[in-house]
Design a protein around this ligand. Sequence first.
Ligand code: 1CP
Length: 344
Amino acid sequence: MSDESIFLRALRKENLPIPPIWYMRQAGRYMPEYRAVRKNFKNFLDMCKNPEVCCELALQPIKAFKLDAAILFSDILTIPDAFGLGVKFVENEGPVFQNPIEKVDDIKNLMPFDPENLTYVYEAVTNIKNALPSNIPLIGFCGSPWTLAAYSIEGRSSKDFKKTINFIKENIDESHLFLSKLTDACFLYLRKQVQAGADVIQIFDSWANILDTEDLKNFSFDYIKLLINALKNDSVTSNIPIILFARDPKCSPGALIETSADCLSLYWSMNDFDIQFARNKTALQGNLNPKILLESRDVIKTETHKLLEKFEDFPGYVFNLGHGLTPDICPEKVKYLTELVREY
Ligand code: 1CP
């Protein structure tokens, strides 16, 4: 396949007349088609455990907007669930862990990660891959070790993850042990996704923003580097482009580039990111503020044109939002945005 894919060409840092387009959280609650399927499941994770349903959901935005890449329908919290931490998604609350990491013994006694516990994910990958046209690549994904650790220790979502920050400060060695275990799990998990048919990998460091520069390096980026290095040195995954999304990290562009990711996905607020510095070192993805899609068509047009102008000559640009589509966004606006980019 895939030499035809403009998404893969952009990830190889080619300058293209029209950038490839996909959207973070392109399958989700903003789509009526999604809500129609979702209402059949009480627990979100039960829906993720159904490979046929995941295939249908991953294809919904491809059909609706003719996007240039599909993303696996699943969640980053499948790994903590497979470690036995008991992840439930509670209406209006988000993820809640029945057995969060509360003390160092919980880390020492953690059951070994068995990638076979996530067979339902690899089956979804294969189903989606088989259903996609050959020139539309499939993105597999995982959460970064740090982001998975933060949910696992906090036991739920949070604005500041205070409990997690206290835990890692008080239990430095065990926190590193936990991050190592998660890194190994991410590697095995992504390798299986690639064997099942994933063409590209995205790593979501969604809680990079809560760490200061030094902790970001020590608790997050060092593990992302180990993960990317392991993937680049494995015969199954060595040729798979890797995209890194780190939410508003307190670091230099150089620190992001040093992770060796092939493409950096810029959060919507990262407008001072030095794109000239990144030139020929990495591809870039992003970074329209998803909130713009709640504005009028005129505002959407102005902001989108500004962004396209900024990245016009950048070798390897993927059009995307700076974070996920939210449930309050109207699908018509997503359609309009996609047309704007293609007609620019
Ligand atoms: O009830 C519902 O319908 C659940 C909504 C939902 C959906 C559609 C959740 C719960 N997860 C997902 C799917 C999902 N999650 C995908 C595949 C769909 C697609 O992208 O098209 C992906 C890639 C994710 C990744 C994910 N899950 C991230 C990283 C991206 C980001 O937003 O930063 C994170 C942080 C999660 C955790 C998560 N999953 C769901 C919730 C409510 C949360 C918690 C978010 C928070 O802490 O605020």
